[in-house]
Write a protein that binds this ligand. Structure first.
Ligand SMILES: *Cc1c(COP(=O)(O)O)cnc(C)c1O
Length: 319
C-alpha cells in the first residue's frame, strides 16, 4: 500500500485503481468493474443503475439488501423490495415466476432479481450453478436483470469447486467484498457491462463515493485477489468448530449446515447477551443473529489452533 502509484481516480488517473478494476472484471468475467468503498454502496449502485423509481426488486427474505442496508433501496432509489421466504432453494426458484408482476396498469413493475451467494443471514449457505442458471433464464424470459450480492462469492466458488466467473455468468452485475474473508482492510467491487459501469460510476459520484488518491486502498485489493485459496481453510475451520460445538449441551449446531466460513449456533437456555459478553471478555468474538442465534465467522487471522481453543472455551462458558 505504501508503494502504490496513485493519481486522481475521479479523473480515472489512478493507475492502481485502474489495474484493480481490470483484474477484478477479469476474475468475474465482466467487461468492466468499479472500486467502491463498501459492499453496501456497490449493491445500492446496482439497484440505482438497474431500476427506475417505483420499480420492484425481488430478493430473499434473508437478503443483506433487505436487513442491513438501512432501507437504502427505498430511500435512495425509490424502489420497493419484495422479499421472498426461501427464494434461495429449488422450491423458491420453482415458484419465483409467481412473484414477478404482471404488466397491469395498477401494479408496480418488477425490474430486478437480487441473489446473495453465499447467503450470510442463513449461515453462509451456497446456491449452486444450476440454481443460478435457472434464475437467470427466468429473468431473461421476463426481461428482468439479475444482480448478485457476491460479498462472499469466492467462498461460494470454493464450496462449489468452480471458478467465480462460472457463477457470475448467470448475473448482469455482481458486487463482491475485498474486505471480509479476502483480508483487505477496505473496499468492494461492482462489475458488469461497460454501459452499466459507466452509469454506476456516475451514481457513485452522486453518493459521494468518488475518492481521489485511492490507489493505496486498491493496492490492498490487488493483494487480496492475488491468492484466495486460503478461504478453503476457513471452511475447514468452520466445520471443525461446528463438530466441536455440536457435542455441547445447551446449544444446537448442525455441522451439515456449515457450507462455508459462517457458523450459526442456537442457544437453548443462556441469554444471547450473556453469552456474547462472557465470550468477548475471554477473547472470543462472535455476533448476534436474531434473538437466540450466535454467528461465528472464521477468517485468515484465526488459526486452526485458535478454533480448537474457541471450541473448548465455549464448552466452559456453557457449563
Ligand atoms: C458485508 C456484506 C455486504 C456489504 O457490506 P459493507 O459492510 O457495506 O461492505 C453486502 N452483502 C453481504 C451479504 C455482506 O455480508
Amino acid at each position: 500500500m505504501s508503494l502504490a502509484e496513485v493519481g486522481d481516480d475521479v479523473y480515472g488517473e489512478d493507475v492502481t485503481v485502474n489495474r484493480l478494476e481490470a483484474v477484478a472484471a477479469e476474475i468475474v468475467g465482466k467487461e468492466a468493474a468499479l472500486f467502491v468503498p463498501t459492499g453496501s454502496m456497490g449493491n445500492q449502485l446496482a439497484i440505482m443503475t438497474h431500476c427506475g423509481r417505483g420499480e420492484e426488486v425481488i430478493c430473499d427474505a434473508n437478503a443483506h439488501i433487505f436487513h442491513y442496508e438501512m432501507a437504502a433501496a427505498g430511500l435512495l432509489s425509490g424502489v420497493q423490495l419484495y422479499p421472498l421466504a426461501n427464494l434461495h432453494s429449488d422450491a423458491g426458484i420453482g415458484s419465483l415466476s409467481e412473484y414477478i408482476r404482471e404488466p397491469l396498469s395498477y401494479l408496480p413493475r418488477t425490474r430486478l432479481i437480487c441473489l446473495e451467494n453465499t447467503l450470510n443471514r442463513a449461515g453462509g449457505t451456497v446456491i449452486n450453478l444450476a440454481q443460478m442458471a435457472s434464475v437467470y433464464r427466468l429473468a431473461r424470459e421476463y426481461g428482468l436483470k439479475v444482480h448478485l450480492d457476491g460479498a462472499r462469492i469466492f467462498n461460494a466458488a470454493y464450496a462449489l469447486q468452480c471458478e467465480a466467473k462460472e457463477l457470475t455468468r448467470y448475473c448482469d452485475s455482481v458486487m463482491f467484498c475485498l474486505s471480509k474473508g479476502l483480508g483487505a482492510p477496505v473496499g468492494s467491487i461492482l462489475a458488469g457491462s461497460v454501459d452499466f459501469i459507466t452509469q454506476a460510476r456516475r451514481c457513485r459520484k452522486l453518493l459521494g463515493g468518488g475518492m481521489r488518491q485511492v490507489g493505496v486502498l486498491a493496492a490492498a485489493g490487488l493483494v487480496a485477489l492475488a491468492d484466495t485459496s486460503h478461504l478453503l481453510v476457513d471452511h475447514e475451520k468452520a466445520r471443525r468448530l461446528a463438530i466441536m460445538l455440536a457435542q455441547l449441551p445447551g446449544v444446537k449446531v448442525d455441522p451439515a449446515a456449515v457450507e462455508t466460513n459462517i457458523l450459526l449456533m442456537e442457544l437453548e437456555k443462556m441469554p444471547l447477551g450473556q453469552f456474547l459478553e462472557e465470550s468477548q471478555s475471554r477473547g472470543l468474538l462472535a455476533g448476534p443473529m436474531g434473538r437466540q442465534m450466535v454467528r461465528f465467522v472464521t477468517h485468515c487471522d484465526v488459526s486452526m489452533e485458535d478454533v480448537e481453543q474457541a471450541g473448548k472455551l465455549i464448552g466452559e462458558l456453557l457449563l
